[in-house]
Design a protein around this ligand. Structure first.
Ligand code: XBP
Ligand code: MG
Length: 271
Protein backbone atom coordinates (compact mmCIF):
# COMPACT_ATOMS: atom_id res chain seq x y z
CA UNK A 1 0.00 0.00 0.00
CA UNK A 2 1.76 3.16 -1.26
CA UNK A 3 -0.88 5.90 -1.29
CA UNK A 4 -4.26 6.89 0.15
CA UNK A 5 -6.79 8.63 -2.12
CA UNK A 6 -9.60 10.61 -0.47
CA UNK A 7 -12.94 11.70 -1.84
CA UNK A 8 -13.99 15.11 -0.44
CA UNK A 9 -17.70 15.73 0.01
CA UNK A 10 -19.04 13.39 2.66
CA UNK A 11 -15.63 11.77 3.21
CA UNK A 12 -13.15 14.42 4.34
CA UNK A 13 -16.01 16.45 5.83
CA UNK A 14 -19.81 16.31 6.01
CA UNK A 15 -20.29 19.08 3.45
CA UNK A 16 -23.54 18.22 1.67
CA UNK A 17 -25.87 20.17 3.99
CA UNK A 18 -23.74 23.27 3.30
CA UNK A 19 -24.01 22.49 -0.43
CA UNK A 20 -27.80 22.12 -0.06
CA UNK A 21 -28.13 25.50 1.66
CA UNK A 22 -25.93 27.08 -1.01
CA UNK A 23 -28.11 25.68 -3.79
CA UNK A 24 -31.26 27.11 -2.15
CA UNK A 25 -29.58 30.49 -1.61
CA UNK A 26 -28.61 30.54 -5.31
CA UNK A 27 -32.20 29.72 -6.34
CA UNK A 28 -33.42 32.70 -4.29
CA UNK A 29 -30.77 34.98 -5.86
CA UNK A 30 -31.84 33.81 -9.33
CA UNK A 31 -35.52 34.47 -8.59
CA UNK A 32 -36.39 30.77 -8.92
CA UNK A 33 -39.15 29.26 -6.79
CA UNK A 34 -37.08 26.08 -6.36
CA UNK A 35 -36.32 24.92 -2.83
CA UNK A 36 -34.70 21.55 -2.16
CA UNK A 37 -35.22 19.79 1.20
CA UNK A 38 -32.96 17.06 2.58
CA UNK A 39 -35.16 14.21 1.34
CA UNK A 40 -35.13 15.54 -2.24
CA UNK A 41 -31.41 16.40 -2.04
CA UNK A 42 -30.62 12.85 -0.87
CA UNK A 43 -32.24 11.59 -4.08
CA UNK A 44 -30.60 14.27 -6.24
CA UNK A 45 -27.18 13.33 -4.83
CA UNK A 46 -27.38 10.21 -6.95
CA UNK A 47 -26.32 12.63 -9.71
CA UNK A 48 -22.70 13.62 -9.07
CA UNK A 49 -21.67 17.16 -9.95
CA UNK A 50 -23.62 20.25 -8.95
CA UNK A 51 -24.20 21.43 -12.52
CA UNK A 52 -25.35 18.00 -13.66
CA UNK A 53 -27.57 17.79 -10.57
CA UNK A 54 -29.16 21.17 -11.38
CA UNK A 55 -29.85 20.18 -15.00
CA UNK A 56 -31.26 16.82 -13.87
CA UNK A 57 -33.67 18.56 -11.50
CA UNK A 58 -34.71 21.15 -14.09
CA UNK A 59 -35.42 18.38 -16.60
CA UNK A 60 -37.46 16.60 -13.92
CA UNK A 61 -39.79 19.58 -13.42
CA UNK A 62 -39.81 21.44 -16.76
CA UNK A 63 -38.38 19.07 -19.33
CA UNK A 64 -39.05 21.11 -22.45
CA UNK A 65 -37.24 24.23 -21.15
CA UNK A 66 -34.12 22.44 -19.94
CA UNK A 67 -32.62 21.67 -23.32
CA UNK A 68 -29.81 23.10 -25.45
CA UNK A 69 -26.92 25.51 -24.99
CA UNK A 70 -29.08 28.23 -23.41
CA UNK A 71 -30.18 25.80 -20.69
CA UNK A 72 -26.57 24.87 -19.89
CA UNK A 73 -25.58 28.55 -19.74
CA UNK A 74 -28.37 29.13 -17.23
CA UNK A 75 -27.25 26.10 -15.17
CA UNK A 76 -23.69 27.43 -15.13
CA UNK A 77 -24.89 30.86 -13.98
CA UNK A 78 -26.97 29.42 -11.12
CA UNK A 79 -24.11 27.07 -10.18
CA UNK A 80 -21.69 30.01 -10.01
CA UNK A 81 -24.03 31.71 -7.52
CA UNK A 82 -24.18 28.47 -5.54
CA UNK A 83 -20.39 28.11 -5.45
CA UNK A 84 -20.07 31.67 -4.13
CA UNK A 85 -22.56 30.95 -1.34
CA UNK A 86 -20.86 27.63 -0.50
CA UNK A 87 -17.31 28.97 -0.43
CA UNK A 88 -18.31 32.01 1.68
CA UNK A 89 -20.15 29.75 4.14
CA UNK A 90 -17.37 27.18 4.44
CA UNK A 91 -14.46 29.66 4.48
CA UNK A 92 -16.07 31.71 7.27
CA UNK A 93 -17.62 28.98 9.37
CA UNK A 94 -15.35 26.12 8.49
CA UNK A 95 -16.65 22.57 8.42
CA UNK A 96 -14.93 20.06 10.75
CA UNK A 97 -13.06 17.16 9.20
CA UNK A 98 -14.77 13.83 9.85
CA UNK A 99 -13.44 11.68 12.73
CA UNK A 100 -10.03 10.17 12.03
CA UNK A 101 -9.26 12.18 8.86
CA UNK A 102 -6.73 14.59 10.42
CA UNK A 103 -5.16 11.73 12.43
CA UNK A 104 -4.79 9.46 9.37
CA UNK A 105 -3.39 12.29 7.20
CA UNK A 106 -0.81 13.04 9.92
CA UNK A 107 0.01 9.33 10.30
CA UNK A 108 0.51 8.95 6.55
CA UNK A 109 2.72 12.03 6.47
CA UNK A 110 4.85 10.71 9.36
CA UNK A 111 5.16 7.37 7.55
CA UNK A 112 6.17 9.07 4.30
CA UNK A 113 3.05 7.75 2.57
CA UNK A 114 1.57 9.96 -0.16
CA UNK A 115 -2.06 11.09 0.06
CA UNK A 116 -4.24 12.39 -2.78
CA UNK A 117 -7.69 13.81 -3.50
CA UNK A 118 -10.21 12.54 -6.08
CA UNK A 119 -13.42 14.57 -6.07
CA UNK A 120 -16.16 15.69 -8.45
CA UNK A 121 -16.53 19.01 -6.64
CA UNK A 122 -15.53 22.43 -7.95
CA UNK A 123 -11.89 23.47 -7.22
CA UNK A 124 -12.98 26.63 -5.35
CA UNK A 125 -14.85 24.42 -2.88
CA UNK A 126 -11.64 22.50 -2.13
CA UNK A 127 -9.78 25.70 -1.34
CA UNK A 128 -12.58 26.96 0.92
CA UNK A 129 -12.77 23.70 2.88
CA UNK A 130 -9.11 22.76 3.18
CA UNK A 131 -7.41 26.13 3.70
CA UNK A 132 -9.34 26.37 7.00
CA UNK A 133 -7.72 23.13 8.20
CA UNK A 134 -4.29 23.15 6.50
CA UNK A 135 -3.67 26.84 5.74
CA UNK A 136 -3.13 28.60 2.43
CA UNK A 137 -0.51 25.99 1.40
CA UNK A 138 -2.92 23.07 1.89
CA UNK A 139 -2.23 21.78 -1.64
CA UNK A 140 1.33 20.85 -0.57
CA UNK A 141 -0.17 18.18 1.73
CA UNK A 142 -1.44 16.25 -1.28
CA UNK A 143 0.75 14.50 -3.88
CA UNK A 144 -2.08 14.57 -6.44
CA UNK A 145 -5.43 16.33 -6.77
CA UNK A 146 -8.24 15.44 -9.18
CA UNK A 147 -11.42 17.57 -9.22
CA UNK A 148 -14.28 18.75 -11.46
CA UNK A 149 -11.84 20.88 -13.46
CA UNK A 150 -9.37 18.06 -14.21
CA UNK A 151 -11.99 15.36 -14.87
CA UNK A 152 -15.27 16.69 -16.31
CA UNK A 153 -16.79 13.18 -16.42
CA UNK A 154 -18.27 12.79 -12.91
CA UNK A 155 -18.48 9.70 -10.67
CA UNK A 156 -19.44 6.87 -11.08
CA UNK A 157 -17.15 7.41 -14.08
CA UNK A 158 -13.61 6.35 -13.00
CA UNK A 159 -11.93 9.28 -14.79
CA UNK A 160 -10.94 11.29 -11.71
CA UNK A 161 -9.44 8.21 -10.03
CA UNK A 162 -7.56 7.20 -13.19
CA UNK A 163 -6.22 10.77 -13.47
CA UNK A 164 -5.00 10.71 -9.85
CA UNK A 165 -3.35 7.29 -10.34
CA UNK A 166 -1.55 8.72 -13.38
CA UNK A 167 -0.42 11.78 -11.40
CA UNK A 168 0.85 9.44 -8.65
CA UNK A 169 2.50 7.08 -11.13
CA UNK A 170 1.04 4.14 -9.20
CA UNK A 171 -1.06 1.10 -10.15
CA UNK A 172 -4.56 0.98 -8.64
CA UNK A 173 -3.67 -2.05 -6.53
CA UNK A 174 -0.99 -0.02 -4.69
CA UNK A 175 -3.57 2.40 -3.30
CA UNK A 176 -6.59 2.55 -0.98
CA UNK A 177 -9.46 4.94 -1.72
CA UNK A 178 -11.89 6.46 0.81
CA UNK A 179 -15.44 7.24 -0.28
CA UNK A 180 -18.85 8.06 1.25
CA UNK A 181 -21.24 7.22 -1.60
CA UNK A 182 -22.29 4.38 -3.87
CA UNK A 183 -21.32 6.45 -6.92
CA UNK A 184 -17.90 7.13 -5.44
CA UNK A 185 -17.35 3.45 -4.66
CA UNK A 186 -18.33 2.51 -8.22
CA UNK A 187 -15.87 5.07 -9.60
CA UNK A 188 -12.96 3.89 -7.42
CA UNK A 189 -13.72 0.21 -8.04
CA UNK A 190 -13.99 0.81 -11.80
CA UNK A 191 -10.47 2.22 -11.55
CA UNK A 192 -9.47 -0.98 -9.69
CA UNK A 193 -8.75 0.67 -6.33
CA UNK A 194 -9.56 -1.14 -3.03
CA UNK A 195 -11.98 1.21 -1.29
CA UNK A 196 -13.01 1.90 2.32
CA UNK A 197 -16.48 3.44 2.66
CA UNK A 198 -17.48 5.83 5.46
CA UNK A 199 -21.11 6.67 4.56
CA UNK A 200 -22.59 10.08 5.37
CA UNK A 201 -26.15 10.71 6.48
CA UNK A 202 -27.09 11.29 2.83
CA UNK A 203 -25.54 8.04 1.57
CA UNK A 204 -26.11 5.56 4.44
CA UNK A 205 -28.55 3.56 2.29
CA UNK A 206 -26.44 3.49 -0.89
CA UNK A 207 -25.14 0.19 -2.20
CA UNK A 208 -21.57 -0.59 -1.07
CA UNK A 209 -21.02 -3.95 -2.71
CA UNK A 210 -17.34 -4.60 -3.28
CA UNK A 211 -16.08 -2.21 -0.58
CA UNK A 212 -12.93 -3.25 1.28
CA UNK A 213 -14.76 -2.21 4.48
CA UNK A 214 -17.80 -0.14 5.45
CA UNK A 215 -17.37 1.73 8.75
CA UNK A 216 -19.39 4.67 10.14
CA UNK A 217 -16.19 6.79 10.14
CA UNK A 218 -12.44 6.26 10.62
CA UNK A 219 -12.62 6.90 14.35
CA UNK A 220 -9.89 8.08 16.71
CA UNK A 221 -9.08 7.68 20.41
CA UNK A 222 -11.53 10.49 21.27
CA UNK A 223 -14.22 9.16 18.90
CA UNK A 224 -13.78 5.37 18.94
CA UNK A 225 -15.75 3.09 16.64
CA UNK A 226 -17.91 0.29 17.93
CA UNK A 227 -15.75 -2.88 18.03
CA UNK A 228 -14.88 -4.06 14.53
CA UNK A 229 -15.05 -7.78 13.84
CA UNK A 230 -11.53 -9.21 13.96
CA UNK A 231 -9.97 -5.96 15.16
CA UNK A 232 -9.01 -5.03 18.74
CA UNK A 233 -8.42 -1.36 17.96
CA UNK A 234 -11.40 0.95 17.60
CA UNK A 235 -10.11 3.34 14.96
CA UNK A 236 -8.75 2.81 11.46
CA UNK A 237 -5.01 3.44 11.25
CA UNK A 238 -2.30 2.64 8.70
CA UNK A 239 -1.56 -0.79 10.24
CA UNK A 240 -5.24 -1.81 9.98
CA UNK A 241 -5.46 -0.47 6.42
CA UNK A 242 -2.34 -2.43 5.48
CA UNK A 243 -3.94 -5.62 6.81
CA UNK A 244 -7.18 -4.95 4.88
CA UNK A 245 -5.17 -4.02 1.78
CA UNK A 246 -3.13 -7.26 1.96
CA UNK A 247 -6.38 -9.22 2.15
CA UNK A 248 -7.81 -7.38 -0.86
CA UNK A 249 -4.71 -7.66 -3.01
CA UNK A 250 -4.23 -11.33 -2.09
CA UNK A 251 -7.78 -11.72 -3.45
CA UNK A 252 -8.85 -13.20 -0.13
CA UNK A 253 -12.36 -11.95 0.52
CA UNK A 254 -11.92 -9.78 3.61
CA UNK A 255 -14.36 -10.28 6.42
CA UNK A 256 -17.11 -7.70 6.34
CA UNK A 257 -16.15 -5.02 8.83
CA UNK A 258 -19.52 -3.88 10.03
CA UNK A 259 -19.72 -1.95 13.24
CA UNK A 260 -22.65 -3.78 14.94
CA UNK A 261 -24.44 -0.52 15.70
CA UNK A 262 -23.95 0.90 12.26
CA UNK A 263 -27.24 1.21 10.42
CA UNK A 264 -25.33 0.55 7.26
CA UNK A 265 -25.94 -1.69 4.34
CA UNK A 266 -23.64 -4.66 5.03
CA UNK A 267 -20.70 -4.90 2.67
CA UNK A 268 -22.12 -7.66 0.57
CA UNK A 269 -25.78 -6.84 0.77
CA UNK A 270 -27.85 -7.43 -2.36
CA UNK A 271 -28.00 -4.01 -4.05
C1 XBP B 1 -19.78 15.34 -4.34
C2 XBP B 1 -20.48 15.94 -5.48
C3 XBP B 1 -20.39 17.41 -5.70
C4 XBP B 1 -20.99 18.16 -4.51
C5 XBP B 1 -21.36 19.57 -4.90
O1 XBP B 1 -18.42 15.41 -4.67
O2 XBP B 1 -21.09 15.21 -6.25
O3 XBP B 1 -21.16 17.69 -6.85
O4 XBP B 1 -22.22 17.50 -4.15
O5 XBP B 1 -20.21 20.25 -5.40
P1 XBP B 1 -17.40 14.26 -4.09
P2 XBP B 1 -20.31 20.99 -6.82
O6 XBP B 1 -16.90 13.53 -5.31
O7 XBP B 1 -16.34 15.04 -3.36
O8 XBP B 1 -18.21 13.37 -3.15
O9 XBP B 1 -21.60 21.80 -6.80
O10 XBP B 1 -19.08 21.85 -6.89
O11 XBP B 1 -20.33 19.90 -7.85
MG1 MG C 1 -18.41 12.09 -1.69
Amino acid sequence: MQALIFDVDGTLADTETAHLHAFNAAFADAGLDWCWDEALYTRLLKVAGGKERLLHYWRMIEREEAEGAKAWEFVEAVHALKTRHYTERVRDGGLPLRPGIARLLDEARAAGMRVAIATTTTPANLDALLQVHFGATWRTRFAAIGDAATSPAKKPAPDVYRDVLEQLGLPAVACVAFEDSGNGLLAARAAGIPTVVTPSGYTAHDCFDGALAVVPHLGDPQTPLQPLRGEAQRWVDLAMLRRWHRHATRTIEPASFEAPDAALSPVNSPC
